[in-house]
Ligand binder design. Sequence first.
Ligand SMILES: Cc1ncc(COP(=O)(O)O)c(C=O)c1O
Length: 404
Amino acid sequence: MGARLDQSAALDAAFHMPTYTRKPVMFVRGDGMRLYDDEGREYLDFVSGIGAVNLGHAHPAVTAAMCDQATKLVHVSNLYYVEHRSELAKELCELAGGDMRVFFCNSGTEASEGAIKLARKWAHLHKGAEARTIVTALGSFHGRTLAALAATGQPGKQEAFAPMPEGFIHVPLNDIDALTGALDETVCAVMLEPVQGEGGVRLCDPEYLRAVRQLCDEREIVLIFDEVQCGMYRTGPAFAHMHADVRPDILTVAKAVGNGLPIGAVLGRGELGVAFQPGDHGSTFAGGPAVCAAARATLSALKSEGLGENATTVGAYFAAGLESLSARTGAIREVRGVGLMLAIELHEPNAAQIAENALELGLVLNNIGTNIIRFLPPLVCTNAEIDTLLTHLQSLLDTQEVAL
Ligand SMILES: Cc1ncc(COP(=O)(O)O)c(C=O)c1O
């Protein structure tokens, strides 16, 4: 451990609420796929700040946009017009297929809260006071504030914080009969991640998404897609629901929109774009000119550098490599995912140990729970970097097998 890491860890232990079990490393600099610690050691980053830094670290266009705007104006609030906010709204709406309007917020959790309020406001206007319930999937993750947590289909994360806000029910993923059975007259919305992230990288079947869209149309129920993690070209197309060729009524995004800066957005289509009226919702910081300038630079670079295509091709190479690793080692129960949103589920509960051992080899990996390793590299990742990872991963898995 370096002296700076030691010092920081001691302060952390004394002054932070112990909500995180941090890995024993202090990153001080980044460049594309690479991170550097306080002693100058280089790492390959397969986490991207949990799927947020899709362009890679310290992207020059984002840095320039942010610095340029920071010298002029950072914050005046949503009471006034500023540069970049409306342009970014237009660009995001176009990216999501048009006929949409945006509400900006500061995180994925806030985007979930905004989507829940927006769906209920629409139902209040168009369906009456009865329809309040939001149906979400078991294993889903929508955030940590109370309503977003109530929407999250993981009872273990909720127990200590009861009572949860009312009006949420959870159904098994990809089970259209269970969803059909749950859609009574009290339901106003269905909320799904097209690819569950925190739940362990689990995909909605395209046929399931199409059937959900049809059900929602027939019953006048709002369809919300939470693309906070799987959006912004992570799986290839701009948004993961585009694989199934269906559109949501509400789309939530955050994480990669500002390449690591805090920004989120709720996009509402058609009537959902005008259901909020003055006084219904708001934020002091959201949509500020500095973060919006950075987000515009991010969107532009994601497109001009063809990173959706890269996510598709390098992701396919990566998935094939994980499959053949799985055939060789016997340690892997399943390979899952699409584009550069992939995971391996292990037979043994040693994912945290593998992630920690990987760090010593210069690889930043993320474990979910005890037996899943999730891969969310920046979308600039190359086949050569995948090869480096796969070589190390084989020895990491082999070493663990011997240790067992
Ligand atoms: C699908 C999804 N929704 C919402 C959130 C919450 O986002 P944030 O941590 O930015 O509040 C996350 C975070 O991982 C997420 O993956």
